[in-house]
Design a binder for this molecule. Structure first.
Ligand code: CDP
Length: 229
């Protein structure tokens, strides 16, 4: 049986940075499920389909060609063979991803792929519904949060570093809107399940959160291992 750690939480809580570090320490694969919904949104935008158009989306899902590769703990995502790992990181795609993620036609296909990957390898998977829906039997479930201001600040800094032209207020509003969307959709909404451990990362350094997760994994998930790097 392969092992799994599920890390869920709202946008900007630090899930991907932390999941990447935890997976590197354990020698597990890191799977960023948000990248998949982002790739679907990018495809819709490229095809001139409104990301809120359920029928339009359903029409492209059958032929959708999304692939994921893992090299040295680095995930790359490909859309029709092209590496779109960077192209999916814009504010337009973020908002679009939250729209497309509400549709069962999109989710079920993505979840199938996520479960297939988790069945074949030890994984740290981050997203919104990993512990609640994708991997309900995960060995450890973490719900990672932070204050809205802090999450918006982190995302703002990240976008600025990438040279994107954004204002703090626009980033904050987009994030609040996306959290609302993600928490209120009918299928697999963002939710903290009772068996998840909540970590508030507002005042914590990245490595402190990583250490906490490794500690919980060793002590609460019945995992015996000696060689954590
Ligand atoms: O990195 P950030 O937290 O901003 O977002 P992300 O993890 O890349 O996810 C982008 C969007 O995809 C989210 O706002 C969700 O709407 C959707 N998503 C989802 O519905 N389920 C997941 N397991 C992961 C992402």
């Amino acid at each position: 049986m392969s092992r799994s750690i599920a890390i869920d939480g709202p946008a900007g809580a630090g899930k991907s940075t932390i999941a990447k570090k935890v997976s590197a320490k354990l020698g597990y694969i890191y799977l960023d499920t948000g990248a998949m919904y982002r790739a679907v949104a990018l495809k819709a935008i490229q095809s001139g389909i409104d990301t809120k158009n359920q029928q339009g989306l359903a029409g492209i899902m059958d032929k959708l060609d999304i692939a994921i590769s893992h090299d040295n703990n680095l995930q790359k995502i490909f859309l029709e063979g092209a590496d779109v790992s960077e192209a999916i990181r814009t504010a337009e795609v973020s908002a679009g991803a939250s729209n497309v993620a509400a549709f069962p036609e999109v989710r079920l296909k993505m979840v199938e792929l996520q479960r297939k990957i988790a069945a074949g390898a030890d994984v740290v998977m981050d997203g919104r519904d990993i512990g609640s829906y994708v991997l309900p039997d995960a060995d450890l479930k973490i719900f990672l949060t932070a204050s809205v201001e802090e999450r918006a600040r982190r995302r703002f800094d990240e976008l600025l570093q990438k040279g994107q032209q954004v204002t703090f207020e626009a980033v904050r509003q987009e994030m609040v809107q996306r959290d609302k969307n993600d928490s209120s959709r009918a299928l697999a909404p963002l939710v903290k399940v009772p068996d998840a451990i909540e970590i508030d990362s507002t005042a914590l350094e990245i490595d402190e959160v990583v250490e906490k997760i490794i500690y919980f994994y060793q002590n609460y998930a019945n995992i015996k291992f000696e060689d954590i790097s």
